[in-house]
Design a protein around this ligand. Structure first.
Ligand code: ADP
Length: 154
């Protein structure tokens, strides 16, 4: 069984993330969305809420589960039996950091591959930080996030 982890802070999950998950499911037998408990920047949404929003957004979808984790991604991946890490790429600006991360993870665990999926052009501009900013300024985020996130923000 081909299991992949899709790690991120998901603060909050956006339509761009959901698109990556859906497309990942056509390649892998199972995807575990791995929500980082304590990302380097203090998250706006508590971990329980970030997990709950993704679970709701993926309700009814088969072969995908959501978990939170702390510590090294390579350790978490080993624990859940994942063979690959999925990451999304939006623009060249994502590349340098993602490249460094992928090589570091590979150095730590050689049999764990990182697979990059290109964003759909519809979501190429979309980021969680943009959604947080719009929400905090009272703007409408309907077009950017799954309905579950909008409901939560209300
Ligand atoms: P992190 O803090 O680890 O970057 P994010 O939640 O911001 O976590 O993103 C998780 C992954 O999803 C990253 O690989 C990121 O590049 C990707 N991603 C974020 N937004 C989009 C989008 N609009 N389209 C495609 N991939 C995306």
């Amino acid at each position: 069984m081909r299991i992949a982890v899709y790690p991120g802070s998901f603060d909050p999950v956006t339509n761009g993330h959901i698109d990556i998950i859906e497309r990942g499911l056509s390649i892998f037998d199972r995807i575990i969305v791995a929500v980082i408990k304590n990302p380097s920047k203090t998250p706006l949404f508590p971990i329980a809420d970030r997990v709950a929003m993704i679970k709701q957004a993926l309700k009814g979808k088969k072969n995908v589960s959501v978990e939170s984790f702390d510590g090294l991604l390579v350790k978490f991946s080993k624990k859940v039996g994942a063979k690959a890490i999925i990451r999304g790429l939006r623009a060249v600006s994502d590349f340098e950091y993602e490249f460094q991360l992928a090589l570091t993870n590979r150095k730590m665990k050689e049999d764990l591959e990182t697979v990059f999926l290109m964003t759909d052009y519809k979501y190429s501009y979309l980021s969680s930080s943009l959604v947080r900013e719009i929400a905090q300024l009272g703007g409408d985020i309907s077009g950017f996030v799954p309905p579950a996130v909008k409901k939560y923000l209300k």
